[in-house]
Ligand binder design. Structure first.
Ligand code: BV8
Ligand code: ZN
Length: 238
């Protein structure tokens, strides 16, 4: 049976923390940010997910988000998202830390979910600060406006912006306390999220990576499982 040792570790650990990235949603049909398929028109995510890009051209940035929202709305959580719900249901202490803004972990049924980079379905007014959920896609108006007349922005964390303090603190605590830390479908290059696996390792956790490719953490994690998350995760729980 493949991955027997990792299955045993997951079965016996009472504190598990997980970090996910875009790779876990890849098999739901949502493009990742880096690597093949990471481009939208001619832009890199790093060129669009910034306050500077939004200030320069809010319509362009919103067109990208509206396009992504359309793909996400048409997608379903996959076997990888569902396996993490199953794992949470077995555990006393479980935290799912995600860099994803797509909401697929919520839709799958994960409960103790820490969203480091916000939520693509939230819109926040840049004038009055009002926040609302907007599930419609495509948007009726791009860029969308608040009832106060102000320009709205996506409720996500862009490059150069701070992560929500309380959520990051809880993620760091979960990483520090975990016996087993899973790093799934992330290129592990965007900080501070990428640093959490190292936090867990330094605090004594066994770190397990699941990815179709090697990443900067591959050479120091305890186990690196190569393959699609939607295939490997269910195998680890069966
Ligand atoms: C901050 C959200 C404090 C919205 C995103 C130099 C060194 C260190 C840090 C920095 C530095 N220069 C600048 C920084 C800071 C910067 C940073 O880390 N930059 C990096 C790129 C160098 N970080 C920040 O700015 C953060 N804030 O630090 O605040 C501060 C404040 C002011 C000034 C200084 C500091 C904020 C970062 C938030 C960025 N927000 N987007 C949105 O989504 O629109 S980033 C974007 O990358 C994504 O949203 C995602 O959340 C994040 C991580 O990407 P991944 O999820 O890992 O996805 P990726 O495509 O890269 O990889 C997919 C992986 O899946 C691949 O490995 C692939 O092999 C794998 N895969 C594919 N298919 C599968 C699979 N695996 C398994 N199964 C499959 N089927
Ligand atoms: Zn407003």
């Amino acid at each position: 049976m493949p991955h027997t040792k990792v299955r045993d570790l997951l079965a016996s650990a009472s504190r598990i923390a997980v970090l996910t990235g875009a790779g876990i949603s890849a098999e739901s049909g949502i493009p990742t940010f880096r690597g093949a398929g990471g481009l939208w028109r001619k832009f890199l995510a790093e060129d669009l997910a910034t306050p500077e890009a939004f200030a320069r051209d809010p319509k362009l940035v919103w067109e990208w988000y509206d396009w992504r929202r359309g793909l996400i709305a048409a997608a379903q959580p996959n076997a990888g998202h569902r396996a993490l719900v199953e794992l949470e249901n077995l555990r006393k202490e479980f935290a799912l830390i995600t860099q994803n803004v797509d909401g697929l972990h919520d839709r799958a049924g994960s409960r103790n979910l820490l969203k480091l980079h916000g939520d693509i379905w939230i819109q926040r007014c840049t004038t009055c600060g009002a926040q609302r959920n907007e599930a419609r896609t495509p948007l009726e108006e791009v860029p969308p406006r608040c009832p106060c007349g102000g320009l709205e922005r996506p409720g996500v964390v862009w490059f150069g912006e701070s992560l929500p303090e309380e959520i990051l603190a809880r993620a760091q605590r979960a990483a520090t306390q975990a016996e087993v830390f899973l790093v799934i479908g992330t290129s592990a290059v965007v900080y501070p999220g990428a640093g959490l696996a190292g936090v867990a390792k330094s605090a004594g956790a066994t770190v397990i990576e699941i990815n179709v490719e090697e990443t900067p953490v591959t050479n120091w994690v305890d186990y690196s499982l190569r393959g699609p998350a939607a295939e490997i995760l269910p195998q680890l729980l069966s």
